[in-house]
Design a protein around this ligand. Structure first.
Ligand code: NAD
Length: 364
């Protein structure tokens, strides 16, 4: 708290564009990129993140340094802390909330189910309660996930397809978020847009994701495990480059209509939208590995195992025509190009050389 804190908050939230955005999960992978992009174009930004240790907290602190340099202040706190949220909404009149805080990861849900309920369900409700009571009521854009399509076998996935067979607790909490969004839209007139991201990758990415730990393990000459699905051969993902996701987030934000409620009461029907943000070209994990081998100039030691029932689905593939129609979403980075950028960031960031680490920080 205190005077200095409020000064930092107000400076970070100062807007040239008229938009003022609260970004939750700002020290996360997607949150960092989105916050910096919004700040650069003149929006007022305030970050919120609890800096949990689900993965390397040092990477989150490094992202915070990056954000700090870009003029984005990140408040350390939990989205379940309603008193803190009230305070933030009192100090700043947010026009938008970009909600990216969540417990991510499919497999970890088997170890720590409670953290998914805490962040993805209780935390989302806590945030929506704060938005509902705020004046003005901000429009909300939040991250859902391609995992809501679950065991759906129809490809490509389009927004109208069934989402009633989540394969993991993570997916179930993301699906629950979509139901909760419907309710808050219906009762309180909140304008809410959900974005179903498809396997996002890139510089400053998440160490718990395959492309990231494969890179690490291949460089350390450690064996990597590739899972094989019984029918499709290897598992495939619609890998989507972070810059494309950022463009999609900005497009969704800029086309979000205002909420129509005020003081917790609904006035007119407000919008509720759901969009896929993917790349539309799934790549087998075996090909992901070959691209990495080529870029790293190291042959991977591979162990192939049958796919366990750990919450993963075999295949993801986005139909993105809805996001294209609504805000011109069109991904432009293929996996070769995107991984090249990731690998060069990775090699700089973990090089141990001052000069190269500085380059990792300047390349965003
Ligand atoms: P991330 O884990 O890097 O970022 C999430 C951030 O939220 C973290 O910095 C974490 O510290 C913070 N956080 C978690 N719980 C919190 C809480 N209760 N209060 C405050 N902060 C909290 O993940 P990401 O890859 O940047 O994902 C961003 C969003 O996109 C998440 O909602 C995720 O579920 C969703 N998503 C990501 C992908 C992907 O491939 N990266 C795919 C689909 C959906």
């Amino acid at each position: 708290g205190g005077h200095n804190w409020e000064k930092k908050v107000s400076r970070s939230a100062q807007t040239r564009s008229g938009l003022t955005v609260l970004v939750t999960g700002a020290a996360g992978f997607v949150g960092t990129h989105v916050s910096i992009a919004l700040k650069r174009r003149g929006d007022g930004i305030l970050g919120l993140d609890n800096f949990n240790d689900y993965y390397d907290p040092q990477l989150k602190r490094a992202r915070r340094k990056l954000l700090d340099r870009a003029g984005v202040f990140v408040v350390e706190g939990d989205i379940n802390d309603s008193e803190l949220l009230r305070k933030l909404f009192d100090v700043v009149a947010f026009t938008h909330v970009m909600h990216l805080a969540a417990q991510a990861g499919v497999r970890y849900a088997m170890q720590n189910p409670g953290s998914y309920v805490h962040s993805n369900i209780a935390g989302f409700v806590s945030l929506l309660e704060a938005c509902k009571s705020a004046t003005p009521q901000p429009a909300i854009v939040w991250a859902s996930s391609s995992s809501v399509y679950g065991l759906n076998s129809k490809i490509p996935f389009s927004e109208k397809d069934r989402t009633d067979q989540p394969a993991s607790l993570y997916a179930a909490t993301k699906k629950a978020g979509e139901e909760i969004a419907h309710t808050y839209n219906h009762i309180y007139g909140l304008s809410i847009t959900g974005l179903r991201f498809f396997t996002v990758y890139g510089p400053w990415g998440r160490p718990d994701m395959a492309y990231f730990f494969f890179t690490k393990d291949i460089l350390k000459r450690r064996a990597i495990t590739i899972y094989e699905a019984p029918d499709h051969g290897t598992i495939a993902r619609d890998f989507t480059y972070i810059d494309d996701i950022v463009k999609g987030c900005l497009g969704a934000l800029d086309t979000a209509k205002k909420s129509t409620g005020s003081g917790g009461k609904k006035k007119r029907a407000a919008q509720l939208r759901i969009f896929n943000l993917g790349n539309t070209s799934p790549v087998p994990v075996s090909e992901l590995v070959s691209i990495l081998e080529k870029l790293l100039k190291v042959k991977a030691k591979k162990k192939v195992l049958p796919m366990p029932r750990n919450g993963d689905v075999k295949f993801t593939h986005a139909n993105i025509s809805l996001a294209h129609k609504e805000f011109g979403y069109r991904p432009t980075t293929n996996l070769d190009t995107g991984l090249k950028k990731f690998v060069s960031w990775y090699q700089d960031y973990y090089s141990g050389s001052k000069k190269r680490v500085a380059r990792a920080f300047s390349n965003i």
